[in-house]
Design a protein around this ligand. Sequence first.
Ligand SMILES: [Zn+2]
Length: 451
Amino acid sequence: MSSLRRFAAGFVLLFTSACAHSLSTVNADTVVRNVNVIVWKDQQAQIIPQQSIAIRDGNIVAVDADLAVSETAKVIDGNNGYVIAGFTEMHGHVPAAVSFGDMPARYANDMLYLYIANGVTTVRGMLGYTNQLQLKEDIALGQRMGPTLVLAGPSFNGNTVESPEQAAQRVQEHVAEGWDLLKIHPGLELEEYRAVAAAAREAGIDFAGHVPAEVGVNVAMAEGQRTIDHLDGYLRFVDAIDRPVTEKELSQLVDMTVTSGMTVVPTQALWATLIGAGDADALATYPELDLVPEPVREGWLSYYPNQASSYFNTEHATVQQENRQRLLRALYDGGASIVFGTDAPQLFSVPGFSIHHEIRYMQDAGMSLEAIYYTATAAAAEYFDNSHDLKVGHVAPGYQADFMLLRDNPLASAKALREPTGVMVRGQWLDRASIDAKLNEIRAAYAATND
Ligand SMILES: [Zn+2]
């Protein structure tokens, strides 16, 4: 070693030992420097300025102001931007891996990419299909790009369940197949539902989703359903579908929810569309519609003209929607556990892009951006801690390296979440240029064929 290099090495040593935080070098393969990190203290967001995030093997190993990392680490300059944990889509859908109706072969990979392109780095898939578990495994092994998946199996509904005994048997099968949770759909009879619940509790697997009409939210809460999605069954329980729900009824519903510890996934934007309370003209102009295959797009665009589902409420959509928004507000004010979901991809809810519409609806209901981001990050972290031992939802050591880098502070405006500067997905960095290139490729693949 030349004397000059010895001098330089000694200088570095002296210099670093003078800094309280950087006595040792963190072994990392990637470091993101010069960022303001959004962290949670209880349900309050705090911005910690001028941080570095060190990542190794897909996980965050250190977040600190003065961080010495291995010389070989890839350095990403965050340019004084803002880092927020990747969002969790708690009611998403994931296509089958191999084929999916008339969809092109690339469909599954494209939908998975749309999630991560928008910083949605975890998806709880709420309807199982053949080969989906393969997708989950491919992603976990780094062999396919996509969000971390937690998957419900094929649904328990009036068609797939014939008796309480068969329902309990089916729970065993889903556990054996390796699904993470069970999906409840409408159509189950009360005794069938109770049989699913009992078998699920015994097997230690969650069940979640809808509340069948014969069951009721009170029973779902008592039986330990893990989440109620779409606020399903709430307004039906107090018979307030076609008239304004009263304050007394709202507080009854909130009390039941909080007392039982139920977690809800509101999916307000999607449900407004579904019941016919959306603005058809505005929906038709969502630019992200270019990113789904033409048959999907055409199906969505025909939904309003055809009023194409049993959920469509021609007479009372407006009052039903107002009730749903008041209910969300009441649940939020009452301290209920709320997680974030958009039911993508369905009905104008394009994976990842749909977060912007859901945020808008939640804001309209009266939630702050801070509260909304909490539902999409730290609240999901709590859920996964309790249910799946998955470390996502925080930018902190010990968590998966899943986060968005944004130019502006998202707590000041949700616009900051649009077009992230980059997205970190389990330690893999997607910069804006690569995201744009991929989105362009998907857009080209799904361009209209006949105009
Ligand atoms: Zn769904």
